[in-house]
Design a protein around this ligand. Structure first.
Ligand SMILES: Nc1nc2c(ncn2[C@@H]2O[C@H](COP(=O)(O)OP(=O)(O)OP(=O)(O)O)[C@@H](O)[C@H]2O)c(=O)[nH]1
Ligand SMILES: [Mg+2]
Length: 154
């Protein structure tokens, strides 16, 4: 049974960096590992992307086509992914028993006011993945500029 490692956290907290590091680490110890980008705003990634939501939909296109701002665009993109879950399921099938890291978007609305990402997570679990949630919340505290972290609580 494969593992799904869902990397969640606020914008800029280091989710993509973490996916890159974990991918390098797991590859170095000989564990088969793939990274799936679920963030439609991720226009470049340091890790090799096994599956990319941007093959389905990009934030830039949504913002133009639907006349939405960046946050609304991300919600819309996740709804598109939810409605095209076969695309994700087919892609994941191709990854076999790989340990799969999911680089998730950070918009808080996706976790507080919206069901698409949650439904996608449930779907992944139903596919037989053992789901793990490493939450990237503390990067800001490690950074040199520790002066203003109040935005986390606002
Ligand atoms: N100090 C410190 N900086 C980090 C760490 N992880 C990432 N960074 C830096 O934080 C910045 C943001 O990292 P990303 O990995 O792009 O963060 P993200 O959560 O994927 O960002 P979004 O996708 O925009 O939400 C980059 O400049 C990284 O180099 C960490 O553990 N400690
Ligand atoms: Mg990122």
């Amino acid at each position: 049974m494969p593992f799904a490692h869902l990397v969640v956290g606020p914008p800029g907290s280091g989710k993509s960096t973490y996916c890159d590091g974990m991918h390098q680490f797991l590859s170095a110890i000989g564990r088969k590992c793939s990274v799936v980008n679920l963030d439609p705003a991720n226009d470049r990634t340091n890790y090799p992307c096994a599956l990319d939501i941007r093959e389905l939909v990009t934030l830039e296109d949504i913002m133009v086509d639907e006349e939405l701002g960046p946050n609304g665009g991300v919600l819309y993109a996740l709804e598109e992914l939810e409605h095209n879950k076969e695309w994700l399921e087919q892609g994941l099938k191709g990854l076999g028993e790989d340990y799969v890291l999911f680089d998730c978007p950070g918009q808080v609305e996706l976790f507080t006011h919206h069901s698409s990402l949650r439904n996608i997570f449930f779907r992944i679990q139903k596919l037989g993945y053992r789901v793990r949630f490493p939450v990237r919340l503390f990067t800001v505290f490690e950074s040199q500029d520790q002066a203003d972290v109040s935005w986390i609580y606002s």
